[in-house]
Ligand binder design. Structure first.
Ligand code: SF4
Length: 450
């Protein structure tokens, strides 16, 4: 399957947010120039073929399966030893394979904080990518509102960036401060208006819910039913909707214990809303966004019209092939999942020495590919998983491969059967992980019975 999308990882941030465990680092801005040079080198080595590279390498060690990106981490199955054993160093990459033409329809600059790139650096990267892009490709850049001004945004638009994803996270200054964000609610508003003025007609806002209550904000501590949490989330949502963004991504906070906010929760300094309250926040968002005319097309994503759905992320959810460039970037190509070394300095050093940046590779078995297609596809709350597409891709009937989980999940009210497709019910959206786990179990049963 040819790659549909390209992801470019920019691992620098001005400051590390208190809840963040992404592959991003404060204090590395001084390395952006060699990092961009390394990226250009990696990009220019494409297209290559993992399978052809492996055949030529003719070596073997084992690989483990890993998730795609943070927001797709549920794909991470318990580790599966691949049928083809692989060593990262035998996986010759970068390696150009002549005649393997690839054109992708989306590019996504993610991070980290891609808006720390200078306009010259964005131009260099887009120049390196230009031979891979179809006309009218969707080109998204994630931006931190604390790093933007009108001239920069205008410059980005002029370079061909046509979708801006603003990491607003909240319009609540107390919560922004607790999160360690480098911007205020007012700066986020200004960035949004400047983006519109600069010509961006496709703007996403990222928001986070399920954030901890704040000990010195009485609203969070009154009563036990969570009205304070809901009221403040309602306020953030209302302020976001008043802007009429084209797209909204709403993420429930997941805290790792080794982050400052995770440690504060573990020590009792901060307390998280309980699961029911987080579910109430999600339901509140569903209601408000529906009233405002947004289509809920993925568990965590809403678009004002179909043309504003994130084409890049649809590649992930449809389990299609993509290539990631940069430190820690993940790729899924020709049946292989692999990712680069996460450390940006090691990434730069490897590329400068002309070595492969690939850190880990695994082969995706058919059973795994089917399970991932189900789990990712069911995230698409409107289209779900289409039976005909499944049949065409795997040469099997969905109902034959997954008779038991589909029947059980329909009986539990988590899945609905539309005939042409199956998809999650509103209750299923709240309990998505429970539904997805059943397809993983099936995958392992299938693998065990081989
Ligand atoms: S700006 Fe984003 S990537 Fe950077 S530290 Fe904050 S949450 Fe993490």
């Amino acid at each position: 399957m040819a790659a549909q999308s390209v992801y470019v990882h920019i691992p620098c941030c001005r400051a590390k947010c208190a809840y963040c465990d992404f592959n991003s680092f404060a204090g590395l801005e001084g390395y952006l120039a060699p990092y961009v040079a390394a990226l250009v080198r990696e990009i220019e080595s494409f297209p290559f073929s993992p399978s052809e590279a492996l055949l030529q390498a003719n070596e073997s060690v084992h690989g483990r399966e890993r998730g795609v990106r943070q927001d797709l981490s549920f794909v991470s199955a318990p580790s599966v030893v691949s049928p083809v054993e692989i060593t990262p160093h035998s996986f010759i990459h970068p390696m150009k394979v002549p005649g393997k033409e690839t054109r992708v329809s989306t590019v996504y600059f993610g991070g980290g904080t891609p808006s720390l790139l200078s306009l010259d650096q964005v131009q260099r990267l887009l120049g390196a990518l230009s031979s891979l892009l179809v006309e009218n490709a969707e080109v998204t850049l994630e931006a931190n509102p604390g790093t933007l001004d009108y001239d920069y945004l205008r410059g980005l638009r002029g370079l061909g960036v046509n979708r801006l994803s603003l990491g607003v996270q909240s319009f609540d200054d107390a919560l922004l401060q607790a999160m360690g964000r480098i911007h205020s609610a007012r700066e986020a508003l200004e960035a949004y208006y400047q983006a519109r003025e600069a010509g961006f007609d496709n703007v996403n806002l990222d928001l986070i819910y399920g954030l901890p209550g704040l000990p010195d904000v009485p609203e969070f501590n009154s009563g036990t039913s969570g009205e304070g949490y809901l009221a403040r989330w309602n306020d953030t949502l209302s302020r976001a909707l008043a802007l009429q963004p084209d797209h909204l991504s709403l993420y429930a906070l997941t805290l790792e214990p080794d982050t400052p906010m995770g440690a504060a929760v573990a020590s009792g300094q901060l307390s998280l809303p309980d699961e029911d309250l987080v579910a109430d926040m999600y339901v509140l968002a569903e209601e408000l966004l529906e009233q405002a005319g947004y289509a809920h097309y993925e568990i965590s994503n809403w678009a004002h019209s179909e043309t504003r759905e994130c084409r890049h992320n649809l590649t992930y959810w449809r389990n299609q092939a993509y290539v990631g460039f940069g430190a820690g970037a993940h790729s899924y190509l020709d049946g292989y999942r692999y990712h680069n070394v996460p450390n940006p300095l090691e990434y730069i050093a490897r590329l400068e020495r002309g070595e492969s940046p690939v850190d880990e590779v695994s082969f995706t078995s058919k059973e795994t590919e089917m399970a991932e297609t189900m789990m990712l596809g069911l995230r698409l709350t409107r289209e779900g998983v289409r039976r005909a597409a499944f049949r065409e891709r795997f040469g099997r009937e969905l109902d034959e491969a997954y008779a038991v989980p589909v029947q059980e999940l329909v009986a539990l009210g988590l899945l609905e059967d539309l005939g042409e497709a199956i998809r999650l019910t509103p209750r299923g959206r709240l309990l998505g992980n429970e539904a997805f786990a059943r397809f993983l179990v099936c995958e392992h049963q299938a693998a065990d019975s081989r």
